[in-house]
Design a binder for this molecule. Structure first.
Ligand SMILES: *Cc1c(COP(=O)(O)O)cnc(C)c1O
Length: 406
């Protein structure tokens, strides 16, 4: 092993490496001394006296009251993710969409305006494009890659910037530092959906963002079992906006799902590392195949924003987008010929998954919006899993050949 010159290990989890934080961080051990984190499947908590109940509701006695507010298993998940992200606070949510909704609606009011990058997850687009305007929050959708588009969209009442980077499914990037700095100059809060990069490969708060949201359903679970989400922010944002919104509207994560996510975090570093290495290998293999007209991967030098990817991400990630010649028919033949890779719309799973965005995740936005985003009928989105990379390459190679033999 290489010599390691770091300081003696401290008891403060904030000083630990991510891999160590994700195994031990946030653990609340009960009186039984269990090794594995306990699953506290309980709605409420018992007080030893009427006085204690009163004190707890006055916030004078630390402890749990009701699982909509907080629960020990959920708190362990929040603390572990908070340590990894380097955020002041984390709050769990029932799904990624509950996290996005809380992250935005907790601080926006009627009369405000938000600006969002138009390349985003379909349900996020619904929140910004349909839900916000219904409650008097005006919105502008822009090309998030262009800093001048962000500048030009600012109005006196602009309160929020929202974007996803890399974006689904085109892997377009937004310059987190540049957009967050612009926002700060104008008193605007920046909210980043960091699902595709994962907290292993990109830390938006370190680049100046105010709020980060996750769908824990994806890489954090990592084995396709439970839905979950999280919002990470400053103490001030929590006190001013998020705390009451989450407590009172109740998008709380179930303790069971939190327990699954907590165990998912333990293996997140090795999974993301292995999946990213396999994705880099497969992106290069796909680019060599006849019938594949384009490969988009954040770790390749031909990504249109490769320099930005290197600046703000520490790896290319496990998502690949590619285009086959022959449009929808060829894309369907390719999917139907696959033997290992599954046709599904999830991502970040141990199982490799392929999606045809034009007929599934991005069907509802219509052909014009798809054209604007660069989602062609021949585009496929691949989430690389934990299978052997040579098996996956062989599966893709045979399927691309099948797509060409119409
Ligand atoms: C999946 C996803 C969401 C929504 O997460 P759910 O857990 O399904 O609610 C939000 N944003 C992005 C980028 C996603 O991939």
């Amino acid at each position: 092993m290489a010599q390691d010159n770091r300081a003696p290990i401290s008891a403060d989890p904030a000083s630990w490496s991510p891999e160590t934080q994700l195994v031990h961080g946030g653990t609340l051990r009960s009186g039984f001394g269990e090794t594995s984190e306990a699953l506290f499947l309980t709605q409420g908590f018992v007080y030893t006296s009427a006085e204690q109940a009163e004190a707890r509701f006055k916030n004078e006695d630390p402890g749990f009251q009701y699982s909509r507010f907080a629960n020990p298993t959920v708190s362990m998940f929040e603390e572990r993710l908070r340590l990894l992200e380097g955020a002041e606070v984390a709050r769990a949510a029932a799904t990624g969409m509950a996290a996005v909704t809380a992250g935005l609606l907790s601080f926006l009011s009627a009369g405000d305006h938000i600006v969002a990058a138009r390349a985003m997850f379909g349900s996020c687009r619904y929140i910004v494009e349909t839900l916000c305007p219904r409650f008097g929050i005006a919105m502008t959708l822009i090309d998030g890659r262009d800093i001048n588009a962000w500048k030009a969209a600012i109005r006196p009442n602009t309160k929020g910037f929202f974007f996803e980077t890399p974006a689904n499914p085109t892997l377009d990037l937004v310059d987190i530092a540049a957009v967050s700095a612009l926002a700060r100059e104008h008193g605007i809060k920046t909210v980043v959906d960091n699902v595709f990069a994962t907290p292993m490969l990109q830390r938006p708060l370190a680049h100046g963002a105010d709020v980060v949201v996750y769908s824990a359903t994806k890489h954090i679970d990592g084995q396709g079992r439970c839905l979950g989400g999280a919002v990470l922010c400053s103490e001030k944002f929590l006190t001013d906006h998020l705390q009451d919104f989450i407590r009172q509207t109740g998008p709380s994560l179930s303790p069971f799902n939190a327990w699954v996510m907590l165990k998912g975090l333990e293996t997140l570093p090795i999974r993301v590392k292995a999946q990213s290495a396999a994705a880099a290998f497969l992106a290069d293999r796909l680019a060599e195949l006849k019938g594949v007209s384009r490969v988009i991967y954040c770790g390749r030098s031909d990504h249109p924003q490769a320099a930005l990817a290197r600046k703000q991400m520490t790896g290319g990630g496990q998502m690949i987008a590619f285009e086959v010649e022959g449009g929808k028919e060829a894309a369907f033949r390719l999917q139907n010929a696959l033997k290992i890779i599954l046709i599904s719309n999830n991502l970040g799973d141990a199982k490799s998954i392929i999606t045809h965005p034009a007929t599934t995740t991005h069907f509802r936005i219509g052909p014009e919006a798809r054209a604007e985003l660069g989602i062609t009928d021949g585009m496929l989105r691949l989430s690389v899993g934990l299978e052997n990379e040579h098996d996956l390459a062989a599966d893709l190679e045979a399927a691309v050949a099948a797509a060409r033999s119409a």
